[in-house]
Design a protein around this ligand. Structure first.
Ligand code: HEM
Ligand code: HEM
Length: 123
């Protein structure tokens, strides 16, 4: 595995490690306030990005597309803004970063849909 799929899997496991560490911290402290940040770092970070990586590994015609790199760029920017943004929002500090992260994340998914349909034409 290399290139785009390796980048996705490597960042996905990093998100999982941070999210699980936060989960253990929440469990140990009996303070579950940051559960939505933990949940989305696991699901938008670990699970979704790992799925992107496995798709790009399975479909080399897709990972070769320029749009695929743009898609992964949006997904990465989405995770690193949405998850801390959710933490800031639930702590009542600011909602701005969560708003930015949610738009980056949905754009990444829309781009992924485009990549999936374009790669069907190339297969
Ligand atoms: C070391 C591993 C993990 C620990 C210690 C952990 C711990 C926790 C804790 C303490 C909560 C708060 C529960 C509550 O307030 O009801 C939570 C919520 C949650 N966790 Fe984890 N977690 C772990 C791994 C994962 C993984 C791998 C996923 C998904 C792939 C995940 C998904 C979620 C979700 C979706 C919630 C929110 C559930 C809800 O709001 O009902 N967790 N976790
Ligand atoms: C643009 C991206 C997303 C946004 C803005 C978003 C936003 C939200 C919001 C506002 C909640 C309610 C939180 C609460 O009541 O405390 C929520 C809950 C949840 N979302 Fe998302 N979400 C997104 C993507 C996803 C994705 C891709 C998944 C799964 C793959 C997911 C899984 C969940 C789960 C399991 C819950 C319930 C657990 C919890 O309350 O923390 N979300 N989401």
């Amino acid at each position: 595995m290399r290139g785009l799929s390796f980048f996705c899997l490597a960042t996905a496991v990093a998100y999982a490690l941070v999210a699980m560490a936060l989960g253990i911290f929440m469990a140990a402290s009996h303070d579950h306030m940051l559960a939505p940040a933990h949940a989305h770092l696991n699901l938008v970070g670990w699970v979704s990005v790992a799925l992107y990586g496995l798709f790009y590994h399975a479909v080399p015609a897709a990972s070769g597309m320029r749009l695929a790199k743009v898609q992964v760029g949006f997904a990465t920017a989405g995770v690193v803004t949405l998850c801390p943004g959710i933490a800031l929002a639930v702590l009542g500090i600011s909602e701005g970063l969560a708003v930015l992260g949610s738009f980056l994340t949905i754009i990444a998914m829309a781009l992924f849909a485009t990549v999936v349909f374009r790669s069907r034409a190339r297969a």
